[in-house]
Design a protein. Structure first.
Length: 225
């Protein structure tokens, strides 16, 4: 199994160096970053609208399309599952250019995912990073059911989910939802403890939060850190 913490350290450190070079040679001017607190409130307000069926569909006009064609300044980055029912832009009722979204089955944080998230933080200056799992996750279900198989038989995605599944097996309650939550929290913990990202969190520049989306209700719940 690939050491997840080592992969995160290598990816984060390398991309911070790349971002520093970009800034040194002259990055394009940018709008001021939106604080993590304000960004999180925007997402929660948008989700409340979505769950209540009162979406505003903001910033989805042709004028907005023309605006973001000149550059992107997302106020938050979201790591979510590829599940067709969990699109963050819809779940949070946001528009074009608002969110930098990385989606992969099981919302696992492999090397390429980490590089993408780091780009959003270091180059696009997103100050909020949300790791969002969800209920009824097919990837989690497959990982739970294949938990006892040897690593070579499950593939890289399910291998990444095995630590969360192992922890969930000892918990009370629904093992699938427990594994989904545990997977989110493990990813948040790993991302939050590595190198420059940890320094940005300590200085108050960046906030990383875990969340669960309930497919039945449409509601997003923040997880205790």
């Amino acid at each position: 199994m690939i050491n997840r913490k080592l992969a995160i350290t290598v990816a984060v450190t390398g991309l911070f160096m790349a971002a520093s070079i970009i800034r040194a040679i002259g990055a394009p001017s940018m709008v001021p970053p939106v604080s993590a607190a304000v960004s999180l409130q925007r997402l929660l307000d948008g989700n409340r609208r979505f769950a209540a069926g009162k979406m505003e569909h903001p910033r989805q006009t042709t004028a907005r399309r023309d605006e973001v064609s000149k550059g992107q300044y997302p106020f938050a980055a979201v790591l979510a599952c590829s599940d067709s029912r969990t699109a963050p832009e819809i779940v949070f009722d946001q528009g074009l250019g608002d969110l930098f979204v990385v989606r992969v089955a099981g919302n696992v944080a492999d090397h390429l995912v980490i590089e993408s998230l780091d780009y959003a933080v270091t180059h696009l200056h997103a100050r909020l990073l949300v790791v969002m799992g969800h209920t009824h996750c097919g990837a989690i279900k497959a990982a739970v059911e294949g938990h006892d198989q040897p690593d070579e038989d499950v593939g890289p995605m399910l291998r990444e989910l095995k630590p969360a599944v192992a922890a969930a097996k000892s918990m009370q309650g629904n093992v699938f939802d427990n594994a989904s939550r545990e997977n989110v929290m493990l990813i948040v913990k790993d991302l939050s403890s590595e190198g420059p990202l940890a320094a940005m969190i300590k200085s108050g520049e960046l906030k990383i939060v875990g969340a669960m989306y309930d497919i039945d209700t449409g509601k997003v719940t923040l997880l205790d850190q």
